[in-house]
Design a protein around this ligand. Structure first.
Ligand code: HEM
Length: 125
């Protein structure tokens, strides 16, 4: 993060967020706990996630401009999210980040920032 004021800038803007997203979803789809929740046609999901994470990490409000208020917990209510699934999601993110050349410290900050929402989205025991 040195010399950057946002995670968005530190990862290299929308292109950097996109690289993380492209490393992440193939892992999600292969994961037995969470893969089955996602459509095989994953490109539209990757597009929306790129917009959302850009905004979430301090970039321009790209997601809200297109889809309105994120209401992310509400948008996840149709999917049964257990504690194990939240951990699986974060594990895929950790692995995706490890494939990038982003500094370890920055990778840890990103996972840490996503950990709150991931646990907040749990809606099943
Ligand atoms: C906790 C574990 C999580 C699971 C199991 C999960 C699962 C899902 C599923 C199944 C979808 C719908 C895909 C589709 O059919 O369109 C989705 C959408 C999405 N998720 Fe998650 N998710 C999790 C955590 C997160 C976290 C932590 C974030 C970001 C903070 C996130 C951001 C999004 C976004 C931006 C979308 C697209 C929303 C839209 O439709 O506009 N998810 N997620």
């Amino acid at each position: 993060m040195n010399n950057y004021s946002t995670i968005f800038e530190a990862v290299g803007g929308v292109a950097g967020i996109r690289r993380i997203v492209e490393a992440f979803y193939p892992k999600v789809l292969r994961n037995p706990l969470i893969g089955p929740l996602f459509p095989a046609e994953i490109d539209p999901v990757m597009d929306r996630q790129t917009l959302f994470l850009s905004q979430f990490f301090g970039g321009p409000p790209l997601y809200s401009d297109e889809y309105g208020h994120p209401m992310m917990r509400a948008r996840h209510l149709p999917f049964p999210i257990t504690p194990e699934r939240a951990e699986a999601w974060l594990g895929c993110m950790r692995e995706a980040l490890a494939e990038t050349d982003l500094p370890q410290e920055l990778q840890a900050i990103i996972v840490d920032r996503l950990s709150g929402p991931a646990h907040h989205f749990i809606n099943q025991p």
